[in-house]
Every structure is written in C-alpha cells, then in structure tokens.
Design a protein around this ligand. Structure first.
Ligand SMILES: Cc1cc2nc3c(=O)[nH]c(=O)nc-3n(C[C@H](O)[C@H](O)[C@H](O)COP(=O)(O)OP(=O)(O)OC[C@H]3O[C@@H](n4cnc5c(N)ncnc54)[C@H](O)[C@@H]3O)c2cc1C
Length: 501
C-alpha cells in the first residue's frame, strides 16, 4: 500500500549493519510519511569490518546534512586522500604508487602532463611516467597533509574517510532513531512470501510477524530475503577474483597519522592498513585455495611485527560476486546481501549509497510502481561489474612472480571483454585516454584511475628506445609541475591538526 505521495506506507529493514543504518537514514530523511522499522539479530551481530571509504561517504553525509565535525570524532574517523599500493610490482622504480580519487579540480593543471608522458613512455621514450609525480594528493599524503584546503584556495580535493565501523553503526542508529525509525532486536526465523511472489512479512523467533509494503534486505552475506526467500540468483566473481577470506587485527597507531590506506601485497593476497585516531585497522585478504587461515594469520603478524603478541585476530569468509537483481518485487537488497567485491578499493559503502539513492529516485519516478526496476538493476549491475574490472586489473597486471598465487592471477584470462579491451588499448593505442573516452570503456573508474594503475605498476615496454627526446624540456616541465604542486600544498593543514579543529 502506498501513501498519497506514492511512497510505501510501511518498510521493514532486516539488518542493523552499516548498510541497514545507511538505508534507514536515507529513507527516513526522504520519505517522511513512511513508517520504517529496522530489525537486527543480537545472536548474529554485524560483520564489524569495512573501515575505509571512497568520496561517496561524503555524499551520503551531505545528503543527511551531517558535517564532518559532527560524525568524525564519534567514529574515531580520519581523512583519506587515497590508497598506496606497495609491493604489487617488482618493476624498478614502480614498487609503490599512490592512487588518488578522481574528479579533483586541480587535475586540469596536472593531468595533461601525466597523460603526455605516459604516452611518450609507451612509445619507448625514457621520460618519468610514475603517477606519484603528477598529483597534488600524492604530495599531500607523503607529507601527512589533510585534504581540506584553506578557504581562499580555489581547488577542491576529493577525499574519503577511515572510521571505526562499529562506532559508525552506533552513530547512524542514533540518527535514524531520531528521525523516527523504530529499532527492534529480534532474530528473523522465517520470511513469508505471497502467491504473487511478493514478501508479506518476516517472522521473528519469538513469533512476532513484521508486515510491510516494502522490505530492505540488509542481512549481510546471509541475504535472507533476496537470495534465500526470493531465490534471486547470485553471480559469483570467483573466476577472476580469487580471494575468499580475510584475517583482521588492530595494532598501535603511529605518532604521525597517515592520510591514506596502505595496501601491501603479501605472498598470497594483500594486507590493508587503515589509520584511525586510536589504532590501526589491519587485515590480510587472501585466497584459501593457496594458503590456510593459520598461515595467513602468521604472515599478517609477521608483516605487522606482532608475531609474539597476544592481540586476538578475527577470521572472516567472503562471498565475492553480486545478485542478478538488486530490486525484485517489493524488496531491495543493500550491502553485503546484494554482493561484495573484495575490499581492495574500499567500494562497498559507495555501492550501498548508490543503491539506496538510485532506488529512491527510480521508485519516485515510477510513482511507486516497478516501472524502473529493470533500468535500476542494470545500472547497479554495471556499477558492480565496472568496479570488479578495475579490481581485477590490479591482479591481472601485478608484476610479482614469487608465488603460484601471483603467477596464476597474472595468467588468468577469465577477464571481461571490456577489461581485455582496456589492457589491449594500453598496450597499443597512440592515445590511451582519448580512446578510453571514444570507446566508452572507463566503466566505474575515470580514465585517470586506469592510467594511474597501469603506469603505477610500471606496465611499460621493457626496452627503452634510444630515440632522442629533449630531456631538458621534459625536466623543466616536470620541475614546473612539482613546484606548482608544492605551492598548492601550502594551503593544506597537517592531518592531525585538521582533526582537532
Ligand atoms: C574483509 C572485509 C573488508 C572490508 N573492507 C571494506 C572497506 O574497507 N570499505 C567498505 O566500504 N567496505 C568494506 N567491507 C564491506 C563492509 O564490511 C560492508 O559493506 C558493511 O559493513 C556493511 O555490511 P552489512 O550491513 O551489509 O552487513 P553486516 O554488517 O553483516 O550486517 C548484517 C545485519 O543483518 C543482521 N541479520 C542477519 N541475519 C539476521 C536474522 N536472521 N535476523 C535478524 N537480523 C539478521 C545482523 O544481525 C546484522 O545486523 C569489507 C568487508 C570485508 C568482509
């Protein structure tokens, strides 16, 4: 049943993880006439990881009119300028690179030289094409400067966050309750599906039935409503994303607070290091086909220098892929229940935000009908697949040869047609960026990000030609850019100082 304004009269959200509370807030803010109730199970709890974001989290807080200064201190949150990828490449000079977020306005001044020089390098000229030289965000990160410029500075810098996921959940729960969302603790034991295939109620262990006109499935990897009750198919990404497990543990925060996530390649996967105000969050994401959980834990402890330490580690399994339909009948799946691409680019909460906000728009435009269900599902599937391609590209072009895991990833030809075309373009095009636009291949990532990844790993022809190039002109251009970046950076504050404001 719908209200006069076309919104559902009653919504039940199953699941009180970050996805459930993000959905509750956005829906309660937008649909003021809807009665919203969220049910969560104390028995199961939340996954309790997921502590890095893309700039989408800022869009989420902007939509709720919540300032950084309001939520960040509650969640021990810090700023994130981007991600450093360490040891994914063994190419000399390219052992590490920084991936800034796209869409900074200062790119207009810095990116053209980067594009010019990667193209020259592809043609065999020995010019400096390492991405770190070309972006303000790399400089800010190396110097522990936060992403908020002085008011007089004309360029914005896109940024994400690091945060304590449990505290973020608590903060959002309180906000949602203040907006009128009813919170219920209960364990959903049964989901009632009507003859027309729609959901009518969820039944709790204690016998309570929660009826609604629309349901949001935020039940995590359980996917109780979408996959279990409505039997929507799950498309696994296992054939090109091999990682299926993670081991997680905290460590002591450093004196100087980094402004970036660090992703370090280990023997059979990679480890993240996420700086919060009070601790580092660490995790090793690996494939259980290559290493077992004990070996992974030992390797993570070694990597962190915590071999003899009794800090407890938490082991997790990951189901990597996505549902074929995110909106089906009177149900929307959000968060891990709709799918998960492994956390290398920290994209899950961004996808969560996109899913809820695009659903609200499609539902409103369809005046409460399922008119735009197919369009919506295609858009969200494209977003998932686009991100998957970008993450797969990291593995496909990795430059390590020290284990079967890395060799198998590089040799894996189960990649999408569009990723195949991007890699082919990189190796053959005279104008990689122009062709990315021309053939509409970027997917969920800006051409700059694709160029950063491929150049960052030093995926260039091995034989540098002796073709003459005016190196003094090249050097001058690069020096002028470095100077420009250094002067821009004078407008940015030390990360720790930014957090005390
Ligand atoms: C190793 C790892 C690293 C990650 N890193 C990142 C990252 O850096 N950035 C990022 O954006 N994301 C990351 N993610 C993803 C992120 O953790 C999730 O997207 C986010 O926490 C949201 O999870 P959720 O709310 O969908 O599920 P959960 O947190 O699992 O919540 C599920 C909810 O459903 C409830 N529930 C389940 N079954 C029932 C039932 N029968 N009855 C009642 N309630 C029930 C549970 O009690 C819980 O409240 C990572 C994930 C993993 C596995």
């Amino acid at each position: 049943m719908l209200n006069n304004d076309g919104t559902p009269k009653k919504i039940v959200i199953v699941g009180g993880g970050t996805a459930g509370w993000m959905a509750a807030n956005l829906l309660a803010c937008k649909w003021k006439n809807t009665d919203i109730c969220l049910v969560e199970s104390k028995e199961i709890g939340i996954i309790g990881v997921g502590e890095g974001s893309t700039p989408h989290l800022k869009l989420f807080f902007d939509a709720l009119d919540i300032m950084d200064s309001e939520w960040m201190p509650h969640c021990n949150a810090t700023y994130k300028n981007g991600i450093t990828f360490d040891k994914w490449s063994t190419n000399k000079g390219f052992e590490s690179y920084f991936h800034p977020f796209a869409a900074q306005t200062d790119d207009v001044f810095t990116v053209p030289l980067f594009y010019k020089n990667i193209q020259a390098r592809m043609q065999g000229y020995n010019v400096d094409a390492h991405p770190d030289k070309y972006f303000l965000e790399s400089y800010l990160s190396k110097n522990n400067l936060g992403p908020l410029p002085a008011e007089s500075f004309p360029f914005g810098v896109a940024y994400g966050y690091h945060f304590d996921s449990a505290l973020l959940g608590q903060f959002l729960a309180e906000k949602a309750e203040n907006l009128g969302v009813k919170r219920i603790y209960g364990h959903v034991a049964n989901v009632i599906v009507k003859n027309d295939g729609k959901l009518s109620a969820v039944k709790l262990k204690d016998g309570t039935a929660l009826e609604a006109d629309f349901f949001i499935d935020c039940s995590g990897f359980n996917s109780l409503l979408m996959q279990k009750a409505l039997k929507v198919n799950f498309k696994s990404f296992k054939d090109n994303l091999l990682n299926d497990a993670a081991v997680v543990m905290p460590s002591e925060i450093s004196q100087v607070l980094p402004v970036e996530t660090k992703s370090t390649a280990l023997s059979n996967g990679w480890a993240w290091q996420i700086p919060l105000r009070n601790r580092f969050g660490n995790g090793y994401v690996y494939s259980s086909d290559y290493i077992n959980s004990d070996q992974a834990e030992t390797e993570l402890r070694q990597h962190l220098g915590l071999l003899d330490c009794d800090i407890e580690a938490k082991h997790l399994k990951m189901k990597v892929g996505r549902v074929e339909k995110h909106w089906h009948k009177n149900c929307l799946a959000v968060g891990l229940s709709q799918g998960f691409i492994e956390p290398l680019e920290a994209t899950a909460l961004g996808l969560t935000f996109n899913t809820i906000s695009q659903f609200i728009q499609c539902f409103e435009e369809g005046k409460g009908t399922n008119k735009f269900e197919d369009v919506f599902n295609k858009e969200i599937n494209d977003k998932f697949d686009g991100i998957r391609d970008y993450v797969v590209c990291h593995y496909k072009v990795n430059q390590r040869t020290d284990s079967d895991y890395w060799r198998d990833n590089a040799a894996n030809n189960n990649i999408s047609e569009s990723l195949n075309r991007i890699i082919t373009l990189w190796n053959n095009s005279q104008d990689f960026i122009g062709d990315m636009y021309k053939y509409k291949l970027s997917g969920s990532y800006h051409p700059k990000s694709w160029a950063c990844l491929l150049a960052g790993y030093g995926v260039f022809p091995k034989n540098i030609t002796t073709q003459s190039v005016d190196y003094s002109a090249h050097q001058q251009e690069l020096e002028a850019l470095s100077d420009f970046i250094r002067r821009c950076a004078l407008n940015f504050k030390d990360h720790s100082k930014l957090l005390t404001v």
